[in-house]
Ligand binder design. Structure first.
Ligand SMILES: [Zn+2]
Length: 143
C-alpha cells in the first residue's frame, strides 16, 4: 500500500484522447493539493544508504519531492495504485516522489518516516514501480 507509479500507458492513452503531446510521459505530475518539498538534510544521507545497499547510484538532486495531504482520518493520500486507494508514499516516473502529509497515525506525515522515504528512493534508483530483489537486500520490501 505504499507506492507505485502512474502507468505511462495510461498517460499515453489520455494524451491521445485530449490530443496533447506524448511528451507528457516524461513529466510526472503531483496529486491535487500536493506541495513542493525541499528535501530535509536526512534525505541525502538516506539516499546514500540506499545506494549502498542496492548497488545502484543516482543523482539525488534529480528527485522532485512533494507532500500530499492525507485523506481526513486516514493514513494516506488518495492514489490509484493500491487496493484501498491510499498511499503513504508514491514514486512516479521518472523522478517524482510524493509523501503523505500529517495524519492521525503519523502527526508529522511521512517526511520523517525513514522506511517510507527510503522505499520510494529505491524505486527511483531502480527506475521501476516493481519490487525486485534489491528491496529485500535493503530491508525495504513491502510488509
Ligand atoms: Zn514500492
Amino acid at each position: 500500500m505504499r507506492d507505485r507509479v502512474v502507468s505511462c500507458g495510461m498517460l499515453l492513452a489520455a494524451a491521445v484522447l485530449i490530443g496533447v503531446s506524448t511528451d507528457a510521459c516524461e513529466v510526472a505530475t503531483a496529486p491535487p493539493g500536493a506541495a513542493s518539498l525541499a528535501p530535509p538534510p536526512d534525505f541525502a544521507e538516506w539516499w546514500a544508504e540506499v545506494e549502498q545497499c542496492s548497488g545502484r547510484t543516482g543523482e539525488f538532486d534529480r528527485v522532485a519531492w512533494y507532500v500530499a495531504p492525507c485523506e481526513m482520518g486516514q493514513n494516506g493520500f488518495p492514489c490509484d495504485v493500491t487496493p484501498n486507494g491510499l498511499c503513504a508514499g508514491e514514486w512516479r516516473a521518472p523522478h517524482t516522489i510524493v509523501l503523505g502529509g500529517p495524519n492521525r497515525f503519523f502527526p508529522d506525515g511521512y517526511v520523517d518516516d525513514e522506511w517510507t522515504v527510503k522505499h520510494e528512493m529505491l524505486h527511483d534508483l531502480l527506475g521501476t514501480p516493481e519490487h525486485p530483489v534489491e528491496f529485500e537486500n535493503c530491508h525495504l520490501a513491502l510488509r
